[in-house]
Design a protein around this ligand. Structure first.
Ligand SMILES: [Zn+2]
Length: 274
């Protein structure tokens, strides 16, 4: 499932390929995605030009010159790419935005948990995000973050997956950040000391930054906006490495379910404290 580094890579790849190109037509597939596409939105999109493309959490925002936003979520298996129009259309293609330079912005999604929506203004998008999206990992305010963790009886894995506390982190980067900070996924927020919170905050920043440098992680379907796979899956320390040796101490990595998700950790480097 694409998380912040994957979505950021898609945005960075697409920026030079779509900004300033007018959308000349839209083709919409018949299958429904997680959120509906209203038929009249095609008329709102055709003739507009993307002025910018940016990311907030795991959401992609394409700013159109009309002031409206194309709001895209990759769900589990979404692929948002720009390709020459002559490239054969793959299966599970749901949206094709033809651009005036002869290329196509395409949204493909095998499992259809993603969405493409037209929203009339950025203000409406921000209202919809509201308090459901917390700060980005690169601007985590140290004190409020520590206070939010230390006042919670939830475990760290659940806290890191909570998009209202922190936007963009999912299962992979939660596990990697917890390993990097030496914290067990089942440790409760309330048992952390301030210095643990700082260590975790810095670990999240470092892990996310490195993953962006690696163009995200391709486990199954993820590709960047230009169609290239990610490379960070080769750098994982714990995620998907159950039974393999810890890179620090050689102990076998374990996997347990925490907050309903498979959670990978080193039982020696990440002791549980409660
Ligand atoms: Zn270890």
């Amino acid at each position: 499932m694409p998380e912040l580094p994957e979505v950021e890579t898609v945005v960075r790849d697409l920026r030079p390929l779509i900004v300033g190109r007018c959308i000349v037509s839209v083709r919409v597939g018949s299958k429904k995605l997680r959120k509906p596409w209203e038929q009249e939105w095609a008329d709102c999109v055709v003739g507009t030009t993307p002025l910018a493309i940016r990311r907030r959490g795991k959401w992609i925002l394409v700013d159109l010159d009309s002031g409206a936003i194309l709001l895209v979520h990759l769900g589990m298996t979404g692929q948002f790419t720009a390709v020459p129009a002559g490239e054969p259309a793959p299966d599970h293609l749901h949206f094709t935005f033809a651009l005036n330079d002869g290329s196509e912005l395409r949204y493909r999604d095998t499992r259809r948990f993603g969405s493409v929506q037209w929203i009339a203004s950025d203000a409406l998008v921000q209202d919809a995000f509201g308090e459901r999206l917390g700060p980005e990992p690169f601007d985590i305010p140290a004190k409020p973050f520590a206070e939010a963790l230390r006042s919670s009886r939830r475990n760290l894995k659940a806290l890191l997956l909570d998009q209202s506390l922190l936007a963009g982190v999912g299962n992979i980067y939660a596990d990697e950040s917890l390993f990097r900070s030496g914290l067990h996924p089942q440790t409760l927020g309330s048992s952390l000391k301030p210095k643990d919170c700082d260590r975790l905050r810095l670990a999240i920043e470092e892990v996310i930054a490195k993953a962006i440098d690696g163009r995200g992680s391709t486990i199954r379907d993820y590709i960047g906006g230009s169609g290239l796979r990610g490379g960070y899956q080769d750098e994982f320390t714990v995620y998907g490495r159950t039974g393999e040796a810890c890179v620090n101490c050689g102990t076998a990595i374990e996997m347990i379910r925490v907050a309903g998700r498979a959670s990978h950790f080193c039982p020696k480097c990440q002791k549980r404290k409660n």
